[in-house]
Design a protein around this ligand. Sequence first.
Ligand SMILES: C[S@@+](CC[C@H](N)C(=O)[O-])C[C@H]1O[C@@H](n2cnc3c(N)ncnc32)[C@H](O)[C@@H]1O
Length: 265
Amino acid sequence: MGDEDRLARLARGWDEAAAGYEAYYVPRFAPWVADAVAAVTAGPLPDGPVLVPCCGTFPELPVLAAGLPDRVVAGLDLSAGMVRLAAARASACPRATVEQGDASTLSERWTGRCAAVVSVFGLQQLPAPDAAIGSWAAALRPGGVLSVLFWPRYTEADGPFARLGEVVHGHVPAGDDGWQDRLVPALTAAGLVVERDERPAHPMSHPDAATFFDAHTRAGPGRPLATARGAAFVDRLRAEFLAASPPGVWSHRPNARHLVARRWD
Ligand SMILES: C[S@@+](CC[C@H](N)C(=O)[O-])C[C@H]1O[C@@H](n2cnc3c(N)ncnc32)[C@H](O)[C@@H]1O
């Protein structure tokens, strides 16, 4: 599959997932959004907007607007469906903008303009995340801060994320995750100083394994795969996953990875 096809499939998957993502995942991911935003609201920033690549439905916006009420906050996302919901959220904030576009390589109009770049759970979806984070770093002004939170290769020893990963990778080879080791070098090469490289974990709970599986494949990152491979494949995956899952409420504490870096000059 070519890059354009892959991007179009990803965008379509997120278009289809958008409303369900907002309902299921946004409340569950809120503690990580708070972590990412706190890293840029805690200290001084230079002038300029805050850019939010891969903003999805833009849950970062209310938290950013509360902490930085005078800033322009600009959301960017690939999916038209996500951008529609983000624009609805942004309509309550006069200083917010939202646009549809590929965040893999930012347009030059962002270069050296931003006070901060904040991104949550989008980086791991990009075709070359280490190149993308270098492009995000280039958007910062001197003194500007980058706060990027993403799902790393290891999120938990056991739990729904780990078990679903095992089931899926029984059918679909895991992608090359070597880019995760190249992020800090990419930031350093872009002239930033990495101030934090942490693994924030927060509790999350699902009513049961079936609800989690359905949310993942209908309203989450599994949607593009589910659409591409069809109902029979999803049914088989679902049966395998449920056979490997505990009954009842499923609580876990996955860890993300959080990088915070600053451009000093
Ligand atoms: C898991 S959602 C995260 C959304 C939001 N930041 C949050 O924390 O809820 C990932 C988002 O990344 C977006 N995305 C994936 N690839 C992208 C790309 N190449 N350019 C821009 N956005 C992209 C998807 O459309 C989706 O909205």
